[in-house]
Ligand binder design. Structure first.
Ligand code: SF4
Ligand code: SF4
Length: 186
């Protein structure tokens, strides 16, 4: 058999193999149930730790803004998209101005982790598609509005810090061995 003829047969066999593999995948998937979600008519269920839109919160009992304008979130934010201006007041401080450039946010959750008052949180939603970047520059009012509009994710600063703390000794175990504790520390 000439080289030209054997090359042609090899290529034809390779092509037939590729078509067979592709069609096999097609036929297998033809039998599957569709996975398409008819969003937004049917909203998706997101996991509890979903990191979506950022929002500011009010205290559930007093209705006061939780943000004390401490600027920790501003300092920790890697792309520096948060800007806070503190307003000093009697008893507690507030955020006089709070802006967040959502279009440059990395959704890293660091701002949530450091917030001492659980004032900044993430929501289980990303429903903010827009062709205008200016709509993604969020001011304090808009951030509070997002907090009221969507379902909050599980994480708050206090919960995240509790999770990272070393495990506490069970009370019964501590009471049973005070001497051992003292000996161990000596
Ligand atoms: S999630 Fe990360 S990037 Fe976005 S505002 Fe918070 S700290 Fe900054
Ligand atoms: S959101 Fe939290 S960390 Fe940021 S300024 Fe307000 S209180 Fe401080």
């Amino acid at each position: 058999m000439s080289d030209t003829k054997s090359g042609f047969l090899r290529e034809t066999a390779q092509l037939a193999g590729a078509v067979y593999r592709a069609m096999r995948v097609t036929f297998v998937n033809l039998m599957r149930k569709p996975v398409t979600v008819h969003y937004p008519d049917k909203p998706r269920v997101y996991p509890d730790r979903y990191r979506g839109l950022l929002a500011l919160t009010y205290h559930p009992d007093t209705g006061e803004e939780n943000c004390i304008g401490c600027r920790l979130c501003e300092f920790v934010c890697p792309p520096q998209v948060i800007q806070v201006e503190m307003l000093k007041a009697e008893g507690r401080n507030y955020a006089k101005a709070f802006t967040l450039e959502l279009y440059a946010c990395e959704f890293c959750e660091l701002c949530v982790q450091v917030c001492p008052t659980d004032a900044i949180i993430m929501m289980k939603s990303f429903d903010m598609a827009t062709a205008d970047r200016r709509e993604l520059l969020l001011d304090k009012d808009r951030l509070h509005q997002i907090g009221e509009q969507f379902e909050a994710s599980w994480a708050t600063g206090n919960r995240l810090r509790d999770m990272q703390a070393p495990p506490k000794k069970p009370v019964a175990e501590k009471a049973a061995s005070p001497a051992a504790d003292a000996g161990g520390e000596a």
